[in-house]
Ligand binder design. Sequence first.
Ligand code: ARG
Length: 457
Amino acid sequence: MWGGRFAEGPSAIMREINASIPFDKALWRQDIMASKAHVAMLGAQGIVSGEDMAAISAGLDQVAAEYEANGVPENWDLEDIHMTTESRLAELIGPAAGRLHTARSRNDQVATDFRLWVREACANAEAGLTALQRALVTRAGEHAASIMPGFTHLQTAQPVTLGHHLMAYVEMAARDVSRFAAARARMDQCPLGAAALAGTGFPIDRAMTATALGFAEPTRNSLDSVSDRDFALDYLMAASQCALHLSRLAEEFIIWASQPFGFVVLPDALSTGSSIMPQKKNPDAAELVRGHAGRIIGSLTSLMITMKGLPLAYSKDMQDDKPPVFEAAGLLTLCLAAMEGMVAGATFRTERMRAAAELGYATATDLADWLVRQANIPFREAHHITGAAVKAAEAKGAALDQLSLAELQAIDARIDDRVFAALSVEASVAARASYGGTSPDQVRARVAEARGRLGME
Ligand code: ARG
């Protein structure tokens, strides 16, 4: 298709290094859609005849039907999806096919196709995140009052409720949704008609193709249009942050499913066995979500580095934009589905969680708070007294509320027997009723709001 000025064909190496059809065939639907919008515009503007327009459009439909039925053929000589489709169109309808590429270039064509693809990937991620949030909110509602240890430094800190813990991930997922939505809004401009780099001398109607392809408006600068891959980077940034969140949730499940913790039994459907140790049930899906986050973040790094330092406008380096995005999108879809299934299907061992919350002096802060409130002791001093109480309990090998009143009063005489009511894990979580706190009432309120936002009423 470009051989006019060449005396010799490309070497085998050139053909192989140049061919993007093995991966960009994934763009075939977008390529046909954009070509149909383009030819309809060429017809409407009188740039091609009505007859040729109709023949090209019908021919594109036929190519699409063939791809749908048999897949996209991979011929390296045809380089990419754009030339593969145009060459098949020529076989089907003859020389009129050659008019499709009027007033366009593969540079604006690929920028348009890829944007359409990435726009859909954003919408898919938003849908997957919504499904995950619904699963989290449902389980959080069931466990608004189930007590578990809350950790900092992975050391027991204060009791929290499982519902509260799960709702933390709903917040992360909501921010992820907003990042994908913002990326989608930012890419809502159509590059088609920028042509090779400078625009075109043909009287095209860029607003018409933009509207036909569901974009708000055409892009404003032809050089930027063909050299910009911010939309793909925006997607990968949102995907990376989302994958990072999913890896944290996956890690919690991995820890919780370990025997020493025993907080959760993962669904069989998302676990595997060991070929050598019959007793094993491994959290492989969660581990792969944790691992895939590395590959997704790697995709972002890969495209960032491909794009850095490129002069305007299109350079062939940019052909390497697609594999990282396709890989990240495939992995992200799987990770979202795996974590939704894991959340929905997990059996939480609330008795183990509650027992763990009793250990590790998780209510020490409650003793300090009680000293502040009931004995009007400054918090720093109360902190010190409580430290002594923890030390005494540790020496006795007992929990804080298993110290006798005499033992507590030996540490500070201002302690009286009302303190015991404050030292239970139930009292501890119930007391943390500040807005956004872990108390069951707060969690129920947040769950109710989230159900409303997520259309779960
Ligand atoms: N396959 C190419 C890509 O994905 C299409 C654009 C080719 N443009 C060019 N000037 N050779 O980047």
